[in-house]
Design a protein around this ligand. Structure first.
Ligand SMILES: Nc1nc2c(c(=O)[nH]1)N[C@H]1C(S)=C(S)[C@@H](COP(=O)(O)O)O[C@H]1N2
Ligand SMILES: [Mo]
Length: 325
């Protein structure tokens, strides 16, 4: 299949379809619009956290000798902050890439609680700041490949999901992790539309969730996570398509059975539970062989598991990845 994806085709028969003027703007946008002065209070907040390295993190400069790269960091050039925060998929705010940045002001990321429940020793509801204080914050520069055929490189700040799962003390029945995003049409105007079923839900197999690359982000470019990128807490699974990275999480549940996931509820023939980045398995409506890196001209080849095959391929030994797409 050689079709290139129209980038707004991911949505299932959206009732209102608006053109996306953002796209042309992005192609010509200039690099490095961020400045240290622009960091503001968010940086302060994060630099007080245990283990935070925010003082070494500057918008648009991270990855350029500001700190040594760690074993989990991509060596790719980081996508400029301006682009990573204005070209977003977050259907709770609308289906246009520009909607989240425009409307994210209605999302109130504090106070915020996260319910931890299901197959765990002691279910509880915890305040986001308490949850965050349980772990030292780490930087992770990860590639992010959207199923629509574009990609970015994001400098996240957060903690490995594995630490949180271990702290939740799974029972012997726990086989999967289910994530649930906030349901509140007052904060998320897009939830008044039935374009997807709400709340947005996602899931991982327990061994995937325990992999050291699976990450919970609370910050981006050394600043607190902007609303449009999933404040105050979002999942990042860099070897899977971007839609697995559920934003604005309010509940994490360990389950015995494979949980439902939003995009496979919407269109099961097009979006599976695994959603591992795979250039050999095309989307029914477009090729997945190449991608457009935001900020670059032309397209580049898409790598198996988004370039993380060495780390994660063994999770899927013996599985038919065409069937389990
Ligand atoms: N709650 C929620 N999470 C979501 C989405 C969404 O619509 N709602 N979109 C997903 C998709 S399709 C992508 S590509 C990424 C985009 O993340 P970013 O805007 O931070 O780059 O978020 C994912 N997480
Ligand atoms: Mo996506």
């Amino acid at each position: 299949m050689t079709n290139l994806p129209p980038e707004d085709q991911q949505k299932p028969a959206a009732p209102e379809k608006t053109p996306n003027p953002r796209r042309e703007f992005l192609r010509s946008a200039t690099l490095f619009t961020g400045t240290v002065a622009a960091l503001g209070g968010g940086l302060e907040l994060l630099s007080r956290r245990p283990g935070a390295v925010a003082e070494s993190v500057q918008p648009g400069l991270i990855g350029q000798a500001k700190r040594p790269l760690g074993p989990y960091d991509a060596k790719d050039a980081v996508t400029p902050y301006e682009q990573a925060t204005t070209y977003n998929n977050f259907y709770e705010f609308g289906t246009d890439k520009a909607d989240p940045a425009r409307l994210a002001g209605t999302l109130k990321p504090r106070p915020w609680t996260v319910k931890l429940d299901g197959e765990i020793k002691k279910p509880m509801t915890v305040d986001i700041d308490t949850l965050q204080s349980w772990f030292p914050l780490e930087d992770r520069i990860y590639r992010m490949r959207c199923v629509e055929g574009w990609s970015m490189v994001m400098p996240w700040l957060g903690f490995p999901l594995a630490g949180l799962i271990r702290r939740m003390q799974p029972t012997s029945k726990a086989k999967y992790v289910q994530f649930t995003a906030l349901l509140d049409p007052k904060q998320f105007p897009g939830q008044k539309s039935a374009v997807l079923t709400w709340p947005y839900v996602e899931g991982l197999r327990l061994d995937e969730a325990l992999h050291p690359l699976a990450f919970m982000a609370v910050g981006l470019n050394g600043r607190v996570l902007p609303g449009q990128n999933g404040a105050p807490l979002r999942l990042v699974v860099p070897w899977k398509y971007g839609f697995k990275g559920i934003k604005s999480i309010v509940r994490i549940t360990l389950t015995e059975k494979q949980p439902k996931t939003t995009w496979s509820i919407a269109t099961p023939s097009e979006y599976g539970f695994y959603a591992n980045v795979n250039p050999k398995v095309d989307h029914p409506r477009w090729s997945q062989a190449t991608e457009r890196r935001i900020g670059e001209l032309g397209r580049r080849p898409t790598l198996p598991f988004n370039g993380y095959a060495e780390e994660v391929a063994s999770l899927y030994t013996g599985m038919d990845l065409r069937k389990n797409f």
